[in-house]
Design a protein around this ligand. Structure first.
Ligand code: NAD
Ligand code: IPM
Ligand code: MN
Length: 354
């Protein structure tokens, strides 16, 4: 199996280095993977003048799975939009048809006090956000900034979903719910937006094929509120690209820190890109203090979904649980009575716990 590693920008290289340590340790135990590396985002712009250059594209297309850190940084924010790091990320997602983004928010019992919410609200939390990743207002045309008939400048984007796009993500979400608590909540804004009224209609139709799954619908504003009021009411949530982006960052705080939330972005055939749900965290980059666990847990998802190695995935997840049980914490999840460790020390501890 070929695994392409894309460290990216900011804390990307620091956190990916820890996940690589874990993969290297598994290789020594017989995991048969071949690792290669390429730049994406700002690093790719610096090296090749494009955020998703051909060099990276070729390796990405050939790979069975991809592990990404994060992209972006303030030094790139003034570039023309097609040259910006975020376009590299959107480009690779679209190019590889990675339409199904799975973002599991799980609270490890040891981190019950790390969350900003009361322990009783979050303890035992285990929800899965299924976010559509290659459609919606992120990709809809037309888009841009223009001068209108009155001579005033205006910005515009198009929220758009085709029926096939909604159907395929619906099936992913229903199948995921079947394997879990059999409850699926589809999040929309059908009271205002036609696109999501259409989404809701398709979800309801696909539900007929999954009689064992209980489908509910919720408006996104209410869903945002319910996620902090009583998050454990949810099992699987499915939503479009933009709502899923926002709700998953919000859900990350239920787990203690955004540094704990992994993700898998999958195509129709099991190929996937695995990355933490957070960004390049420029405010803490280069300090060796970022939490690498979301990236390490993303590598576990890669072992499970693309490399079909459930045993290795569980081994990595158990190692993460073990270091948390040992009381090791990066700064973002630190609390009195635990031991603060750096990003690289956390990576070493996970390897030791394997
Ligand atoms: P961010 O997720 O990078 O950071 C938000 C906050 O969370 C910061 O205070 C940061 O220090 C903290 N944080 C994030 N990850 C952490 C970790 N692993 N350990 C400890 N703390 C962590 O979001 P932002 O600041 O809005 O964006 C920064 C840059 O990242 C932007 O250029 C943005 O476009 C990009 N971005 C990239 C991705 C991605 O590559 N998938 C995702 C989101 C944002
Ligand atoms: C994410 C990020 C990206 C997104 C950005 C950086 C393009 O926020 O992966 O959640 O909005 O999808
Ligand atoms: Mn995001």
């Amino acid at each position: 199996m070929k695994v392409l590693v894309l460290p990216g920008d900011g804390i990307g290289p620091e956190i990916v280095a820890q996940a690589k340590k874990v993969l290297n340790a598994l290789q020594k135990d017989g995991l048969d993977i071949e690792l290669s590396e390429a730049p994406l985002g700002g690093a790719a712009y610096d090296a090749y003048g494009a955020p998703y250059p051909e060099f990276t594209q070729k390796l990405a297309r050939e790979a069975d799975a991809i592990l990404l850190g994060a992209v972006g940084g303030p030094q790139y924010d003034q570039l023309d939009r097609p040259l910006r790091p975020e376009r590299g990320l959107l480009g690779i997602r679209k190019d590889l048809n990675l339409f199904a983004n799975l973002r599991p928010a799980i609270l490890y019992p040891e981190l019950a006090n790390a969350s900003t919410l009361k322990p009783e609200v979050v303890s035992g939390l285990d929800i899965l956000i299924v976010r559509e990743l290659t459609g919606d207002i992120y990709f809809g045309q037309p888009r841009g900034i223009r001068v209108n008939e009155a001579g005033e400048r205006e910005g515009f984007n198009t929220m758009l979903y085709s029926e096939s796009e909604v159907r395929r993500i619906a099936h992913v979400a229903f199948r995921a719910a079947q394997k879990r608590g059999k409850k699926l909540c589809s999040v929309d804004k059908a009271n205002v937006l036609e696109t999501t009224e259409f989404w809701k209609e398709i979800m309801t139709d696909v539900a007929k094929e999954y009689p064992d799954v209980e489908l509910s619908h919720m408006y996104v504003d209410n869903a945002a509120m319910q996620l902090v009021r009583a998050p454990k009411q949810f099992d699987v949530m499915v939503t479009g690209n933009i709502f899923g982006d926002i709700l998953s960052d919000q859900a990350s705080m239920l787990t203690g820190s955004i540094g704990m939330l992994p993700s898998a972005s999958l195509d129709q055939n099991g190929k996937g890109l695995y990355e933490p749900s957070h960004g390049s965290a420029p405010d803490i980059a280069g300090k060796d203090i970022a939490n690498p666990l979301a990236t390490i847990l993303s590598a576990a998802m890669m072992l499970r979904y693309s490399l079909n190695n459930e045993a290795a995935a569980v081994r990595v997840e158990n190692a993460v649980k073990a270091v948390l049980a040992q009381g090791l914490r990066t700064a973002d999840i630190y609390e009195a009575g635990t031991t603060k460790v750096s990003c690289s020390q956390m990576g070493d501890a996970v390897v030791a716990a394997l």
